[in-house]
Write a protein that binds this ligand. Structure first.
Ligand SMILES: [Zn+2]
Length: 134
C-alpha cells in the first residue's frame, strides 16, 4: 500500500465518520422538530379548549345579561304601573286612580293587578286568590 492509498483510505474513513456524524445530527434535528410539532399541537389544543371555554362563558354571561335586562324592564314596568294605583289604609285594598275600581292587595304584592268583585253585604272578593275584603 502506497502513501497515496493510505491517504485515500483515511479520507474515505474521515468522510464516512463525518457522514455518520451528519446523519446523527440530522436525526437529532428531526427528533427535535417532531418534539416541537407535538408541543405546538399541545399548545394549539390547549388554546382551542380555552377559546371554547371562554365562548361558553360569554354565552352564559349574555344569557344572564338578557335575564337581568328583562328583570329590570319588568321592574320598571311594574313601577310605572304602580303609579296608577293608590293604597287605601282604611279598606286595605288598592284603587285605580282613574277608575276608582278596587284591587286585591295580596295579588298586587305579587305584581298581579286583579280587580275585586263587590258582593253586596259580604265585601270584595278576589277571583284570583279567593280572599275577601270588607
Ligand atoms: Zn287576590
Amino acid at each position: 500500500m502506497n502513501f497515496s492509498n493510505i491517504i485515500k483510505l483515511l479520507q474515505t474513513a474521515l468522510n464516512q465518520t463525518q457522514a455518520l456524524e451528519v446523519q446523527a445530527f440530522i436525526l437529532e434535528l428531526q427528533r427535535q422538530l417532531q418534539e416541537l410539532k407535538e408541543s405546538n399541537l399541545d399548545i394549539k389544543s390547549a388554546s382551542h379548549e380555552r377559546t371554547i371555554h371562554l365562548q361558553s362563558q360569554i354565552l352564559k354571561l349574555q344569557i344572564e345579561n338578557q335575564d337581568l335586562k328583562k328583570q329590570l324592564d319588568n321592574y320598571l314596568d311594574w313601577e310605572h304601573i304602580k303609579l296608577s294605583y293608590t293604597f287605601s289604609e282604611d279598606s286595605g285594598i288598592y284603587h285605580n286612580k282613574d277608575t276608582d275600581l278596587s284591587y286585591c292587595p295580596v295579588c298586587f304584592a305579587k305584581k298581579i293587578v286583579n280587580p275585586l268583585k263587590y258582593r253586596m253585604g259580604a265585601g270584595y272578593l278576589c277571583s284570583t286568590c279567593s280572599k275577601w275584603f270588607s
